[in-house]
Design a protein around this ligand. Structure first.
Ligand code: NAD
Length: 343
């Protein structure tokens, strides 16, 4: 253990009933026998207690239904549960929804993050040097879009968010950094690429492909499907966050990616091929259902991440390749088909 190690004992996970948060709560309780976890989640359309079914009833876990913009509630959780670590996932997270209704993104992602920072500042005043940490989970979308030949994003890439979602996340990143710089609040930030895996909401790209295919409906692909994302298996992301909380340098940012750049059309085709093998159609192949639809407004062309820093400095490496991770994911949705019905 390095001198800088932080040992989380009582962790507040915001947004823990959502996709990545739920995977993280499971990860933490499974890998640390002593840690206590309080999940705070408003259970918006994107959150579900079903995602926490495996940990509900665990004596080291408590669930609180509530909003991160509710300052009295957040203050009381920090005090009553002697929280020493906040892992902040809660957000409005769907880019398409931010285009049609940006207000909720500003409220939750910006005002909500501000509310948590203020609560942490008040609760931990005088203890900044000893055993407290605020970890903020953010996205590579804050860096804008890459062209085909551009080098991947790194910690040095300037911010250039293009959608209301990414702008709201950029705003929250800046607030977290400012609370460190101005008040000395111990913080770490991670910006990751597109996640996939169990518990992802059915509205997102990979569950949409699986859902549409299994329902024998057109599988919608924006434009020609040429947009590129760098895909990260959610279990690898959770392990990376855990490592940053414990070993990451105070005030620093780490980028997390899967070194798995893929075009949307190639991902959809790969999922179709796996489904052809595991759940064949009566006639034809699933790829016959692929259908181009009108592209997203202002659709960023490519995101890619250089995870060199977290690999070099903290020794993190993704364990899943895209081929292994996507198979795990398709297997999981086939075994948990009811998730695909939740839109
Ligand atoms: P998600 O939409 O699946 O889950 C978000 C959770 O936050 C839900 O359970 C929702 O109920 C809760 N929530 C929303 N507003 C809230 C509020 N005001 N108060 C309390 N809870 C609230 O999101 P996700 O995909 O799990 O993403 C988690 C975090 O990771 C987000 O901050 C997102 O920006 C970031 N991120 C996600 C991805 C990805 O590929 N999913 C990539 C990069 C970064």
């Amino acid at each position: 253990m390095s001198e800088a190690s932080h040992v989380p004992r009582s962790v507040l996970v915001t947004g823990g009933a959502g996709f990545i948060g739920a995977n993280f709560v499971e990860h933490l309780l499974d890998t640390d026998d002593t840690v206590k976890v309080t999940t705070l989640d408003a259970l918006t359309y994107a959150g579900s207690l079903d995602n926490l079914a495996r940990v509900i009833g665990n004596p080291r876990h408590a669930f609180v239904k509530g909003d991160i913009t509710d300052a009295p509630l957040v203050n009381s959780i920090l005090a009553d549960s002697a929280i020493d670590t906040i892992v902040h996932f809660a957000a409005e997270s769907h880019v398409d929804r931010s285009i049609t209704g940006p207000a909720a993104f500003i409220t939750t992602n910006v005002v909500g993050t501000f509310t948590l920072l203020e609560a942490a500042r008040a609760a931990w005043q005088g203890r900044f040097g000893s055993g407290v940490r605020f970890h903020h989970v953010s996205t590579d979308e804050v860096f804008g879009s890459l062209n085909e030949d551009d080098p991947p994003f790194s910690e040095a890439t300037p911010y250039s968010p293009n959608s209301p979602y990414s702008a709201s996340k950029a705003g929250s990143d800046h607030l977290v950094r400012a609370y460190h710089h101005t008040y000395g609040l111990p913080v770490t930030i991670t910006n990751c690429s597109n996640n996939y895996g169990p518990y992802q909401h059915a509205e997102k790209f990979i569950p949409t492909v699986i859902r549409s295919a299994l329902a024998e409906k057109p599988i919608p692909i924006y434009g020609a499907g040429l947009n590129v994302r760098d895909w990260l298996y959610v279990g690898d992301h959770c392990a990376a966050i855990d490592l940053v909380i414990r070993e990451g340098e105070d005030g620093e940012t780490y980028l997390i990616g899967g070194r798995s750049e893929r075009r949307n059309i190639d991902i959809a085709s790969q999922i179709c091929a796996i489904l052809d093998e595991l759940a064949p159609r009566g006639s034809g192949r699933y790829a016959d259902l692929l259908t181009s639809v009108t592209d997203r407004l202002g659709h960023d062309f490519r995101y890619a991440i250089d995870s060199g820093r977290i690999e070099r400095e903290l020794g993190w490496h993704a364990r899943e390749t895209f081929d292994s991770g996507i198979r795990l994911t398709v297997d999981w949705y086939l075994a948990n088909g009811s998730y695909l019905a939740r839109l």
